[in-house]
Design a protein around this ligand. Structure first.
Ligand code: HEC
Length: 160
């Protein structure tokens, strides 16, 4: 493929970011997540259960292809797909999704509460570096529930 996309793959860490600042950010996010877990348990899981009952299982490739990918395509790919790798993060390939961005892995399969990507789309992550995703606006609660169910079920997606 083109050398341009290889060059822009940028997996080097951003200069200002140390492991320590990241640890602090992850900790802050975990605390925020815990605080909101009770609400999520009441609203989120009922929603997720209803959705799962109505369509493909969250651990299936079909779930990713028909439910999750369209959300990413509509809201994320213009900055994290193709040659766009903002924050060093490419979401449209399995390798890119697994690698994460400048802060390292952003998904922990099976554990949405420990996944930076989920914190960012819930707008419960750091205020900046990285900021909430997408940077402007917020995807719907139903879409957040779909992506959360997908991560919880193992973040299954096709091999590149
Ligand atoms: C308008 C452009 C834009 C859109 C749209 C966008 N992002 Fe981002 N994203 C960025 C930028 C810029 C960064 C780097 C931010 C930073 O490091 O401060 C980033 C960083 C991230 C990171 C953190 C990477 C890391 O390792 O720090 C994740 C996860 C992420 N985005 C997920 C998403 C998801 C999921 C969506 C869609 C729901 C999305 N983004 C939509 C621009 C965008």
């Amino acid at each position: 493929m083109s050398s341009m996309s290889e060059n822009t793959f940028g997996s080097s860490p951003s200069p200002g970011l140390t492991k320590r600042t990241y640890a602090v950010k992850v900790f802050a996010f975990a605390a925020a997540f815990t605080a909101l877990a009770a609400t999520a348990a009441m609203t989120g899981s009922a929603h997720v259960a209803a959705q799962a009952a109505a369509g493909p299982a969250p651990a299936s490739m079909e779930f990713y292809n028909t439910r999750v990918k369209p959300i990413f395509q509509a809201n994320c790919y213009r900055c994290h797909g193709g040659i766009n790798r903002r924050g060093g993060f490419a979401m449209d390939t399995q390798a890119g999704m697994a690698q994460g961005g400048h802060d390292g892995a952003v998904i922990k399969p099976g554990h949405p509460e420990q996944s930076l990507l989920i914190a960012l789309i819930r707008h419960e992550g750091p205020a900046n570096d990285p900021m909430p995703m997408p940077p402007k606006g917020k995807i719907s609660d139903a879409d957040i529930a779909t992506v959360t169910a997908w991560v919880k079920a193992g973040a299954v997606m096709p091999k590149d």
